[in-house]
Design a protein around this ligand. Structure first.
Ligand SMILES: *Cc1c(COP(=O)(O)O)cnc(C)c1O
Length: 413
């Protein structure tokens, strides 16, 4: 099909641009082509429009643009930019949502999704096992502005049923929790929420956009830290809010564009490149994670292995139904507490000690002393964050090498 000129002079649209939901491309094809826009030069790679703003042929055009910007018309990069829009269209197509808004970080996405729709007097129900900064928004920020937040054990549907009363405005959860890889049954919780008239906001980072089809299961809004698997190479911070066109353009965008949380075009370009290989990377990492989990299970120095792909995981069946995979993360407890865990980590030769995840490089994290250090001990105990717990993000290295590395480090622990 010949490219059709659209909107700005010179900006051409290939099939696929604005094609979200109108073609029947499979995930891998969408990840490479969806949302692509080409200039009059017909460049192969997605162009980086490193421009803060846009010019208009005449004053009338400027007036018209401010009155109503069309699909491929831009005003200011804090509102939108062609490179950023390519990323938004590509991730919306991947998620199966009508639209998306790209943000400066994952936390800008979580904050934007929640704060843009809530007002004083509203009620939110959230799972308790959350990324620390998500917990800060729910516990500190929202409550300070008069929003009531009730926390439940995300895996316990009875607690959701009891807490999500009619009039609840929104429900928030991480589909797979950090660091103990507990799942929330998205379909069941969405049914409970919708029956009460609440909007379902799902932080899907750990489950990845490849394995967890949160919208298909009933979630209304899905947020990601693109910093993790979407970039996948430790280069940039980013995030995205995915949802209906009405939610994105009438609720999330006005809040985000006026409060300055938009993604930079350069970051969008990095994320677009990350997406081309996202499916391949997630599947390769999950294959390695599964092999690692199987090898660790029953190891004499390992007290327990938490991996949703193992039959021993209490939610194994739910994980298979919801994700069709155990995911790319493995958590396990080294016998001997913090000292043994530190000896193990310090002996690793391939996996790096860090707190990122979903990266090409395998990463080991000690949640009790880093990502979850601030939590009081009773809360750590309740979440299963023991002194010996290691969170391992399987990377793209050879799985045999990773296993050999883990085995030699365990022998030192
Ligand atoms: C990392 C992470 C975030 C925050 O993302 P940033 O890009 O670091 O702002 C939010 N939720 C979860 C589950 C995460 O893992």
């Amino acid at each position: 099909m010949a490219p059709a000129p659209l909107g700005l002079p010179g900006l051409l649209l290939w099939p696929g641009a604005l094609g979200a939901m109108t073609n029947d491309w499979k995930t891998r094809t969408r990840l490479v082509h969806e949302g692509s826009r080409r200039s009059q030069y017909g460049e192969m790679a997605e162009a980086i429009f490193l421009t803060q703003g846009f010019v208009y042929p005449d004053a009338e055009a400027a007036e018209a643009r401010f009155l109503k910007a069309g699909e491929d018309e831009f005003i200011y990069a804090r509102y939108g930019n062609p490179t950023t829009r390519m990323f938004e269209d590509r991730i919306a197509a991947l998620e199966g949502t009508e639209d998306a808004f790209a943000t400066a970080s994952g936390m800008a996405a979580v904050n934007g999704a929640l704060v843009s729709m809530l007002r004083a007097g509203d009620r939110v129900v959230s799972s308790r096992a959350l990324f620390g900064s998500c917990l800060y928004i729910l516990e500190e920020v929202l409550q300070r502005f008069g929003v009531t937040v009730t926390f439940v054990d995300g895996a316990d549907l009875d607690q959701w049923r009891a807490a999500v009363t009619p009039g609840t405005t929104a429900v928030f959860f991480e589909a797979m929790s950090n660091p103990t890889l507990e799942l929330v049954d998205i379909r069941a919780v969405s049914e409970i929420a919708h029956a009460a008239g609440a909007l379902v906001i799902c932080d899907n980072v750990f489950a990845t956009p490849i394995f967890s089809r949160a919208v298909d299961q009933g979630a209304d809004v899905v947020v990601y830290s693109a910093t993790k698997h979407i970039d996948g190479q430790g280069r940039a911070l980013g995030g995205v809010i995915c949802g209906t066109r009405d939610f994105i353009r009438k609720i999330a965008e006005p809040y985000m564009k006026h409060t300055g949380g938009a993604m930079s075009p350069f970051t969008a370009w990095i994320m677009l490149n990350g997406m081309a290989t996202l499916d391949l990377r997630c599947r390769a990492m999950a294959d390695s994670a599964a092999r690692i989990a199987q090898t660790l299970e029953g190891h004499e120095k390992v007290a327990r292995v938490i991996y949703p792909g193992l039959a021993s995981h209490p939610q194994h069946e739910l994980a298979m139904a919801q994700m069709g995979s155990g995911g790319t993360m493995v958590a396990f407890e080294v016998k001997g507490g913090k000292e043994a865990a530190f000896r193990f980590m310090n002996a690793l030769e391939i996996a790096l000690i860090s707190n990122n995840l979903g990266d090409a490089k395998s990463i080991a994290t000690h949640p009790a002393t880093t990502t979850h250090q601030r939590l009081p001990q009773p809360q750590k105990d309740a979440l299963g964050i023991t002194p010996g717990l290691i969170r391992y993000s399987a990377g793209l290295e050879d799985a045999g090498d990773l296993i050999a590395d883990l085995m030699q480090a365990l022998s030192v622990a």
